[in-house]
Design a binder for this molecule. Structure first.
Ligand code: ADP
Ligand code: ZN
Length: 728
């Protein structure tokens, strides 16, 4: 007879505690098994955290866990992973159940009652049956037009939300069909890649990392300096020592080369966790890793939670990339979690980047992290020659285009003649980025969240890039019925049209979130560009990351200022990174590279220093700015998002929370707000923000957790905490 303490998932109430039950069955029930229990008449999933032998008398009014309600046959987590969940929950002020949700594949999450993984992996596809577009809502229209653009067939998970697909299928517009899917690794083309002899500089870095006294090492290496080979050889060494490795990348689909290098060198020892996996495959992969059948896991953010045993090395490539931060609860950052996990498991953590985040670089500067540098490109190639083009210069544009300047156009033409490739970056998708009425001044805004609506040529719809709201392109202004609407700003679709007009003979491919929504298409474009089937690759920041295109000799930025206009303390850092990354794409092989940066702010330090790839100077300058403005890494930040059905209620709730936090009288703490964030309405809830800044959060956090658990979810309020937010 056992007393069993179960952690229940009642995330909505922020409840983070265990409840006791008794068990007297024969089937094994152990710690970290999942069970279904009765909680106030509801059947809820929980995690067993404790088990204690008791006598019949001690049962009291405990409820029973029945044998048939034991979900697992073996523990789902290792003790160290559960410990990690606790540490993460503590740091991010989240409930443990919420963290477990992020940790486990969806089919294993405590919330889901679909218990067992599917044994055969099927992929469901959507087929378009009726393309007449009759009687469709804008959202349904968007889906139908996406299908039209992709040969009437795409994977279900890429086609749209389940509710939209359901509605379309009941109207007979689409149908579903299933295809048996091959296992993950088959999809990856592992082109043979021999182990390379490290250059002297790489050797020095390699041993520098191994000898580091600190647990965390920052590897700062310019683009093309050969960081990947170092990752590979460090991984090999870890395996030889019987340890396992986690290799994190910002996005699997955008880093096919990294994946193929690892697959080619370590074969079936590698497990790849990417978003293209079906739930069944994900479950299989999770089990395979947990059983120790794979020793290297490559994946994006959530792979930091992979159930590997005996982890010896955790690598984050491009550690500065913001997608490592999850923007929903528990709002964790893979870098911080990697460091926590490294501590628990005694694993080395390696952060690699050409442009480290200021947070990491500052810690390296202070000696908290070890610091290793690679200053030269492997092939000794100088970085490309960069020209900053001031778009305010008279006559910089030809009559044919007000987006691509003369010098950039000539450079593009020159590449075409020589048979070399170019890359052109514009970090904004869509066709026009705003529509307004010139007569009455009416602006087309998102009714759900208040952002501007962008016109998309591919499906001729207006879309909100923040919340996904869609509407049909208006015939006229809804206020004054004027039919001549003014279009403002431009995105990648529009730039593509200009480029096609200017260079009709060029073979042009565009890559952004719209095209990349269908991942097969994205992979195809990247592969075809590498193979020389296109002359120009145009796109958003997706094309600036990590790719190695040998025949690429020109990199251009159409408008480097886009990021600077956004109100954020990180806008300079983002712009600097993007400029540096873009410039770094050109001239990576024998041929010399060149880069052009078009801008209205040619003197801005982020652009000037990015063009020079002068990270050191940027770091010093930006650190001074952050210091003067009291921003990270000089302070820690934390935001509270307080939402309610009415604006008054959310404002009142946030003000009350502010007063309670002030009561704590922590002298180091600054509280800003409540203020209204850029996205002020989400899912029908009005949101207010409190921003907290302090040099030390450790005293505040436990008290804050208590306040939020007690008051943050009362009276129709919903309060979320974002620790170390990237924005507010
Ligand atoms: P980074 O990730 O630092 O931008 P990469 O790892 O992509 O740089 O390396 C740049 C290029 O140099 C790649 O084409 C890679 O194959 C090559 N390379 C790396 N290390 C060596 C080496 N030791 N010998 C020869 N070529 C190398
Ligand atoms: Zn919106």
């Amino acid at each position: 007879m056992w007393r069993v303490d179960v952690l229940l998932e009642i995330v909505s109430r922020g409840l983070d505690r265990t409840f006791s039950y008794f068990y007297c069955g024969k089937k094994s029930l152990d710690i970290y098994f999942r069970v279904l229990v009765d909680f106030n008449g509801r059947s809820l999933m929980g995690f067993v955290l404790k088990k204690k032998e008791i006598s019949k008398e001690e049962i009291g009014d405990l409820k029973e866990i029945k044998e048939e309600n034991i979900v697992d046959e073996e523990p789902l987590l290792s003790p160290s992973l559960f410990q990690l969940a606790e540490v993460v929950a503590n740091y991010y002020l989240a409930s443990r159940a919420r963290v477990l949700q992020s940790m486990l594949p969806r089919s294993l999450s405590p919330r889901r009652s679909s218990l067992k993984g599917v044994k055969i992996a099927y992929e469901t596809y959507v087929k378009l049956l009726d393309d007449s577009e009759k009687d469709l809502s804008p959202k349904q229209l968007e889906c139908v037009r996406l299908l039209k653009e992709n040969n009437y067939e795409i994977r279900k998970k890429e086609a749209g939300s389940p509710s939209i697909l359901k509605a379309l299928s009941s109207k007979g517009v689409i149908s579903f069909f299933r295809v048996e899917k091959k296992r993950g690794l088959h999809r990856i083309k592992a082109f043979p890649h021999e182990k390379l002899e490290l250059t002297p500089a790489q050797k020095e870095a390699f041993f520098g990392i191994l000898k580091a006294k600190q647990d965390v090492t920052l590897l700062e290496g310019v683009t093309g300096s050969g960081k990947t080979e170092i990752y590979l050889q460090l991984s090999e060494k870890a395996l030889e020592e019987g340890k396992s490795v986690i290799m994190l990348v910002p996005e699997i689909n955008l880093t096919p080369q990294m994946v193929s290098y690892f697959a080619a060198r370590f074969h079936e020892k590698v497990a790849i966790l990417h978003s293209g996996l079906t739930e069944g495959e994900r479950y299989d992969e999770y089990r395979r890793i947990a059983k120790g059948e794979a020793q290297i896991v490559i994946g994006a953010r959530s792979a930091v939670f992979a159930p590997l045993k005996n982890v010896g090395l955790i690598i984050l490539d491009e550690e500065h990339v913001e997608s490592y931060k999850q923007e929903t609860a528990p709002f964790y950052h893979a870098r911080e979690v990697a460091i926590m996990r490294g501590k628990i498991e005694g694993a080395r953590v390696l952060l690699g980047s050409a442009t480290p985040s200021l947070e990491s670089r500052a810690r390296a500067h202070k000696g908290v992290y070890a610091f290793v540098e690679l200053k030269e490109r492997v092939n000794g190639k100088a970085l490309p020659k960069v020209r900053i083009l001031d778009l305010r210069t008279p006559d910089i544009f030809t009559k044919a285009s007000d987006k691509i300047s003369r010098p950039l156009l000539y450079a593009l033409k020159e590449r075409l003649e020589k048979g070399e490739q170019s890359l052109l970056l514009l970090n904004r998708r869509g066709y026009w980025t705003g529509i307004e009425c010139p007569d009455c001044g009416h602006l087309f805004m998102c009714p759900d969240c208040g952002g501007y609506l962008t016109y998309h040529m591919s499906d001729q719809l207006l879309k909100c890039h923040h919340c996904g709201y869609v509407e049909e392109y208006p015939e006229c202004c809804p206020q004054c019925h004027n039919t001549k609407l003014r279009r403002i700003g431009y995105g990648t679709e529009r730039l593509e049209r200009d480029l096609r007009d200017l260079l009709p003979e060029a073979r042009i491919a565009r890559l952004d979130r719209d095209v990349g929504r269908v991942s097969k298409k994205m992979e195809e474009i990247l592969e075809d560009f590498r193979a020389g089937k296109y002359d120009i690759l145009l796109g958003t920041q997706m094309i600036a990351k990590g790719h190695d295109f040998p025949n690429l000799t020109l990199a251009g930025m159409a408008l480097a200022d886009i990021g600077l206009a956004l109100p954020s303390y990180r806008s300079s850092e983002r712009t600097f990174n993007l400029v540096t990354q873009t410039v770094g794409r050109a001239g990576r092989s024998e041929k010399n590279g060149e880069a052009f940066i078009q801008t209205f702010n040619p003197e801005h330090y982020a652009i000037v220093l990015g063009a020079r790839q002068d990270y050191e100077a940027f770091f010093r300058y930006e650190m001074k700015m952050r210091h003067d403005n009291e921003e990270p890494p000089y302070v820690y930040m934390l935001t509270l998002y307080v939402s309610a059905k009415s604006e008054e209620r959310s404002f009142q709730g946030a003000s009350d929370l502010r007063a309670m936090i002030e009561e704590l009288k922590l002298n180091d703490l600054r509280i800003i707000g409540p203020f209204t964030p850029y996205i002020s309405v989400s899912q029908g809830l009005y949101r207010k923000v409190l921003l907290l800044k302090a040099r030390d959060m450790s005293r505040l956090k436990p008290k804050l957790k208590e306040i939020i658990e007690t008051y943050g979810q009362r009276g129709g309020l919903k309060t979320e905490v974002n620790v170390d937010p990237l924005d507010y």
